[in-house]
Design a protein around this ligand. Structure first.
Ligand SMILES: C[S@@+](CC[C@H](N)C(=O)[O-])C[C@H]1O[C@@H](n2cnc3c(N)ncnc32)[C@H](O)[C@@H]1O
Length: 265
């Protein structure tokens, strides 16, 4: 329903896990340890539960997790993968309804690979809501617009520009901020007086990540075609060069992401 495929989310999960900033996870853990009473976390756009799998062992044990998504198939897959856990509850909810979010008792909202899908107006309303209830945000793995391959191709620059342009189209939450999302969140939380920190969390992919690299590259075809600057022949030529290059000894691909944490005093 959301267009995010569970197999794609499964492929990216280990690369996401390796990319997350350990420093920001430690800050989140220290904050939750200091919170009075057993804290709750709300993971928005939870998909199949990657944030929970990546964080729960690094955070205090007594956390109640609320995992929220609007896609029933992804939520069902999250329930299947996580299994029966006393401290994990699942919520089907569309994030366009910010007022209806289950925020009672939530110390920090978490999100991974989500905020680049959001518009400025969504971020403004969302940050204002968190400010009003003094709830923090941990927003990891937001795409930052940078990609680099060790084996260059003459079309790389145009491809990344077109991809970034497509990232700004509406994904259901207004015209998306794409690579500008973290800067927008940083600025909005700066106005609230929350303490904000940002750290780099790039995907580092080598030959060992060939299936993920190939799936990632094939995912360019639709956005590049929709933007329409490159011809089908150019897209095919670039894609076939890139897929062949994955197997070259020492070849690598870096995709820039940023993690952000914003905490009330
Ligand atoms: C890129 S996926 C990330 C999933 C997961 N956080 C991860 O890191 O694997 C984005 C998620 O946001 C969810 N999503 C997008 N728009 C949403 C909306 N309006 N309301 C609720 N969930 C939404 C999608 O269903 C999808 O699960």
């Amino acid at each position: 329903m959301s267009g995010f495929d569970k197999d794609w989310l499964g492929l990216r999960e280990p690369i996401d896990q390796a990319a997350r900033s350990p420093m920001l996870i430690s800050k989140l853990s220290r904050h939750l340890t200091a919170v009075k009473g057993p804290p709750a976390l709300l993971d928005i756009g939870c998909g199949t539960g990657s944030t929970w799998r990546s964080l729960h062992e690094a955070l205090p044990e007594d956390i109640d997790w609320r995992l929220l998504d609007y896609d029933p198939e992804l939520l069902a897959e999250a329930e299947r993968q996580i299994g029966a856990q006393q401290r994990v509850k699942f919520h089907r909810h569309d994030l366009n309804d910010i007022d209806g979010l289950p925020l009672q008792g939530v110390a920090v909202v978490t999100a991974s690979a989500f905020f680049d899908l959001c518009s400025e107006s969504f971020c403004r309303r969302f940050v204002a809501r968190l400010r009003d209830v003094r709830c923090g945000l941990y927003a990891a793995l937001t795409y930052d617009g940078h990609m680099q391959w060790s084996e260059p191709h003459p079309l790389d620059r145009t491809v990344v520009e077109d991809f970034n342009l497509h990232q700004r189209s509406d994904k259901g939450l207004g015209a998306a901020l794409g690579p500008d999302a973290t800067a927008m969140l940083r600025s909005l939380f700066g106005e609230t007086g929350f303490r904000v920190e940002v750290a780099e969390s790039p995907w580092l992919m080598g030959q060992g990540h060939a299936p993920m690299q190939e799936a990632f590259l094939r995912g360019f075809v639709r956005p590049l075609t929709e933007i329409g600057w490159l011809s089908t022949a150019e897209i095919e030529e670039w894609l076939s060069y890139r897929i062949d290059a994955i197997a070259k000894p020492g070849s690598s691909c870096v995709v820039g992401h940023l993690d952000l944490i914003a905490l009330p005093d």
